[in-house]
Design a protein around this ligand. Structure first.
Ligand SMILES: NC(=O)c1ccc[n+]([C@@H]2O[C@H](COP(=O)([O-])OP(=O)(O)OC[C@H]3O[C@@H](n4cnc5c(N)ncnc54)[C@H](O)[C@@H]3O)[C@@H](O)[C@H]2O)c1
Length: 250
C-alpha cells in the first residue's frame, strides 16, 4: 500500500528542534522527501540523521529573504518539485509589559515570526502556483487568536501569521494551492523550556489553564500538520486549526 505522502517533497523550517523536528519526522514517515531547514546547522543535521534516507539539510535564516529564496531554489534543484511547506521557524521574545519591551527585541521577534513567514510564502508560492498544486502550513499559536500578559511582540506577530494565511488562501484559492495555519497551545519544546528556566513554574501555570490539564507534545502538532499537508484536507484552505486541548472551548 502506498504511503499518504509518497512522491511528495516537503520543506520544514525550524526543523532542528521541537515542533519542526516532529513534523519533519512525521512527514518523512508518511513517505515525503523532507528538506530539513533551520538556522542551526548542528541540530538540523541531527534531524536529518533521525530521519535517515531521503532527508537533507539546507541552512536557512527565515528572516533573510535571500536565504529563503535559496532554500526553495535548492529544494527544486535537488528534487525537481515542491509540494508541502511548513513555515514553522519561530522564537520567543523577552517577557515584559508592552511599554517596557526592548524595540530591538520587537524587531527580532517580528522579523523571524512574521516576516519569516512572508519571505517563505513569497518564494514557495511562485513554485507551487506554477505547478498548480501544493499545501502550505504556517505555524501560528493560540497567541495568534488571543492574548496573555507580557508577550506583546510575539502575540502581534502570531496574529499577523493568521492574517497572512487568510490573505494568501484567498489570493490563491483558484490555483490548487492551499494555505492554512496551525495554532498550538503551549507545547513541550525548547522554546517553552527557555521560558520555564527564566520563570520557574511557568509550565505548571500554563497547564492549569488548559482543560486537558497538560501542555501539548510536539507529535500532537505534527499529526495536525500531516492532515493539512495531505489530500485528506483537499477543500480546506485559509483555516486555522487549533491544537489546544479544549482551551478554545472554555
Ligand atoms: N512551544 C510552544 O509552546 C509553541 C506554541 C505555539 C506555537 N509555537 C510556535 O511553533 C514554532 C516552533 O516552535 P518550537 O516550540 O518548536 O521552538 P524550538 O525553539 O524548539 O524550535 C524552533 C526552531 O526554529 C529555529 N529558528 C530560530 N530562528 C530561526 C530563523 N531565523 N531561521 C530559521 N530557523 C530558526 C531554531 O533554531 C529552532 O530549531 C514557532 O513558530 C513557535 O512560535 C510554539
Amino acid at each position: 500500500m502506498s504511503k499518504l505522502l509518497e512522491g511528495k517533497v516537503a520543506i520544514v523550517t525550524g526543523a532542528g528542534s521541537g515542533i519542526g523536528r516532529a513534523v519533519a519526522v512525521t512527514l518523512a514517515g508518511a513517505g515525503a522527501t523532507v528538506v530539513v531547514s533551520d538556522v542551526s546547522e548542528g541540530t538540523g543535521q541531527e534531524t536529518v540523521d533521525i530521519i535517515g534516507d531521503g532527508a537533507g539539510f539546507i541552512r536557512t535564516d527565515v528572516a533573510d529573504q535571500a536565504s529563503v529564496q535559496n532554500l526553495v531554489d535548492e529544494t527544486v534543484r535537488r528534487h525537481g518539485r515542491l509540494d508541502i511547506a511548513h513555515n514553522n521557524a519561530g522564537i520567543s521574545g523577552q517577557v515584559g509589559l508592552l511599554a517596557d519591551l526592548d524595540p530591538d527585541d520587537w524587531a527580532r521577534v517580528v522579523a523571524v515570526n512574521l516576516t519569516g513567514v512572508f519571505n517563505c510564502l513569497q518564494a514557495e508560492l511562485k513554485v507551487l502556483v506554477a505547478q498548480g498544486s501544493g499545501s502550505i502550513i504556517n505555524t501560528s499559536s493560540v497567541l495568534g487568536l488571543g492574548a496573555i500578559p507580557e508577550q506583546g511582540h510575539y502575540i502581534a506577530a502570531k496574529h499577523g501569521v493568521i492574517g497572512l494565511t487568510k490573505a494568501a488562501a484567498v489570493d490563491y484559492a483558484k490555483t490548487g494551492v492551499r494555505i492554512n495555519a496551525v495554532a498550538p497551545a503551549p507545547v513541550r519544546t525548547a522554546l517553552v523550556e527557555k521560558l520555564e528556566a527564566e520563570n520557574p513554574g511557568y509550565i505548571e501555570r500554563l497547564s492549569s489553564f488548559i482543560p486537558a490539564g497538560k501542555i501539548a507534545e510536539p507529535g500532537d502538532i505534527a499529526e495536525a500538520v500531516l492532515y493539512l499537508a495531505s489530500d485528506a484536507s483537499r477543500f480546506v484552505s485559509g483555516t486555522v486549526l487549533r491544537v489546544d486541548g479544549a482551551l478554545a472551548a472554555m
